[in-house]
Design a protein around this ligand. Structure first.
Ligand code: KG4
Ligand code: ZN
Length: 346
């Protein structure tokens, strides 16, 4: 096993961020982010209140080249100095994934460097190793626009699913709540901001799945309850705060249940990693840190700009694969719209 750091170019195009980054490091980290360029297409999608796949793919195609050039220039390195070219190969909006993955294949072919086809969820999952050098095992709470799950991570290829959402993802719930309350897209940051000046006890909303066995999540009932409440007219900040309080109580309860399941697999495991766009929420972070203290865990939450979609996490996933002795993927690797990180034990 070599002890020299790997330098990897990362490309992310699976949703509405076009991103390129150069990262240098060696597992378990921490790694050095030499550049991290993120172009958010928010404005292009805002009129529709959500991401429009066709618009997203076209926008990726138009600017990805320039993003990669900027990432290399800011890092002060050339393609020839890369040890690998990593790109998100799924899961995500397939048109966008194809743009990023095809570009990475072309670069790999042109330079003779290994192609690393990265699972986007793996990128989120491993970010805390890049930022904090977190060792295995850890309990991962992955909370994003498309995903909500609790996963025990025992190694780079050892993922155990303890719970996932039976309906909406938590970021999706934030986005829908924002729409109901007349707040702008993307909803998460807007709801969090509004909640700061609201009373979290103003409205009585359900705490989905609280106290249930297992560690699954559910958010669609909460969304419906908010919609019914809003029909009669609500004070917006109070409703945002009450909604966020319900989400937090549900997340904390489910994570506590996940901790117990994790400890059955990893007796001395005591690290909770929170990843994905929703991990950028400070109120959620504070509540989870309190839970962790109660349960004898420590929390590791990457800074907000590394919680939401970015290419540094994709480059880092490449570093992980190279550090594990992986030679790279075939240039024929197919993009995947669906690609679960972990499946339930059968
Ligand atoms: O990980 P991410 O950037 O994209 C996906 O892979 O889904 O997550 C985006 C999601 C959106 O639903 C957004 O509303 C949510 O993360 N989000 C937040 C916050 N910042 C982003 N949710 C709650 N509070 C935030 N501060
Ligand atoms: Zn994501």
């Amino acid at each position: 096993m070599r002890d020299k750091a790997w330098t990897v170019l990362g490309i992310e195009t699976s949703c509405d961020e076009t991103a390129a980054s150069v990262v240098r490091g060696l597992a378990p980290g921490p790694g050095e982010i030499l550049s991290n360029i993120v172009f958010s297409q928010t404005e292009a999608h805002a009129p529709y209140g959500g991401v429009v796949p066709e618009i997203a793919s076209r926008a990726h195609l138009e600017i990805l080249d320039a993003m990669i050039e900027r990432a290399l220039a800011e890092a002060g390195v050339s393609l020839a100095e890369m040890d690998g070219i990593a790109a998100t190969a799924g899961p995500g909006l397939i048109g966008g994934v194809m743009v990023g993955l095809t570009t990475a294949k072309a670069l790999a072919l042109g330079t003779g460097k290994p192609l690393i086809a990265v699972n986007h969820l793996m990128g989120h999952a491993m970010t805390a190793r890049m930022t904090h050098g977190v060792e295995f095992p850890f309990l991962l709470l992955l909370v994003s626009g498309g995903h909500c799950q609790l996963v025990g991570v025992g190694g780079p290829e050892d993922f155990r699913l303890y719970g996932s959402t039976i309906d909406d993802a938590v970021g999706e719930a934030f986005d829908k709540a924002a729409k109901i309350l007349g707040l702008p897209y993307p909803g998460g940051p807007a709801v969090e901001e509004a909640a700061k000046t609201g009373n979290p006890r103003a409205y009585d909303l359900p705490r989905p799945m609280k106290g249930r066995s297992g560690a699954d999540f559910s958010f669609s009932g909460l969304k419906t309850a908010l919609r019914l409440l809003a029909q009669d007219g609500v004070q917006m900040q109070d409703a945002a705060a009450s909604f966020q309080a319900a989400v937090i109580e549900s997340l904390v309860d489910r994570t506590r249940a996940g901790m117990a399941l994790f400890r059955r697999d990893f007796r001395n495991g005591n690290v909770l990693v929170v990843a994905g766009g929703v991990a950028a929420n400070q109120a959620i972070g504070t509540a989870l840190a309190k839970l962790a203290r109660e349960e004898g865990f420590v929390t590791r939450i990457p800074p907000p700009r590394l919680c939401t979609d970015n290419a540094a996490m994709i480059a880092w996933a490449g570093v992980e694969r190279l550090s594990a002795g992986h030679a790279g993927d075939a240039l024929g690797f197919s993009p995947r719209a669906r690609w679960p990180l972990a499946t339930s034990p059968s």
